[in-house]
Design a protein around this ligand. Sequence first.
Ligand code: PLP
Length: 414
Amino acid sequence: MYSVEESFAQGQGGIIEPLFPSTSQGYRDSDEMEAGLSYQIPTWCYSRIHNPTNFYLEETLSLLEAYGCSFDASAFCTSSGMAAIKQAVEPLLVLDEDPHGLNFVASAQIYGGTFQLFNVRLKERHARVRWVSQPWKLEEWEKLVDKQTRFLYTEMPSNPQQACSDLQALAKLAHSFQIPLIVDSTIATPALLRPLAHGADIVVQSLTKTIGSSGAAIGGAVIARHDLVSRHLPAESRGDYAVWLKLWPGRDSGACLSPYSAFFLLNDLRTLRIKVEWFSQNSMAVAGFLAGHARVEKVDYLGLPSHPLHDLASRYLRMVDSDRPTFGHLLSFTIKGSPADTRRFFDQLQRIFRATDLGRIKSVATIPAISTHLQQGDEGRRMAGIPPTMVRLCVGGEHADDIIQDLDQALSKI
Ligand SMILES: *Cc1c(COP(=O)(O)O)cnc(C)c1O
């Protein structure tokens, strides 16, 4: 029999963290069982609540997100990125007696699934989303936030348009209303952006994407700073929000991460920094090529000085150990021509995968209007700035020349 501390040391000398698939822990006696299940002592009681492999991942993520901060953070891993977002926002939307109802203010330039969660699912639960169409403009946020606002939510950079916000200004605005700022930082990852260091209270990550770049597992995480700002949350949940989410609402909701997935994700996380730098260099080369191509109408890549948000992005997107702005692996471009021309180009790609996926070691492309952003309809896509001729490209770790050659041959066949 081992205590939790002793069992940490039970890696059998392995140089990577072990995988513990066990559903539950056995107890010495009834006293220990009662103490464990009421959280009086730390135990791996039941894998829906606590699991050692998931815990390794949670500890690593919280250290990465709070890097350089003067406070601590904790993480709660979930079955997917969408589960993380839902878990993060739900406790902030508890109904009260206020006859004016409640709202939250969110950037409209967000992942399609999040748009649906906010626009459909949370509306069904009486929480009204107020959309900000240009999240880099602080005035738009200021106009929408009021006494019934529970939180501000943005994605940076956004998928696929790469919208950015001035996180420091946004955090200040949120805190002046005593509400938290939540940032989906999936595209940047902590290798490029650490929102907590800029004043955000909660970060959500889809671990499925760049963090899990080999594409072997779906997962998500809520990473929250300790003592976050929220006048709506009771003190017992504000102190360590992520762990509170994990022990109470998460336990009742059941959207837990499989330890098998945690094992893969942790393995990918070890090489995150070098991959993000490498993908970013490749993306810069590919964006430069596309920007000079006659069949391309427009290229959106934050690394291009022509991008309207280049300066804002340069202030925030930095490799963790460098002052040099670095812009990540996500870019989009529009084809000069019709939606049918766009599909012709897309169908000709030989090396780049056609997949609604991103952050992979292999380059992947999609047409957002017929895939990730199909559900939200013409109006929703218009608001989010997604024309049917837009292609989203996530550049992977192949040689940049090989990606460019594939794009070039497909463009020539329109
Ligand atoms: C994919 C994605 C999500 C949702 O994550 P899943 O793991 O697919 O549930 C959320 N936000 C962003 C920015 C994403 O790209």
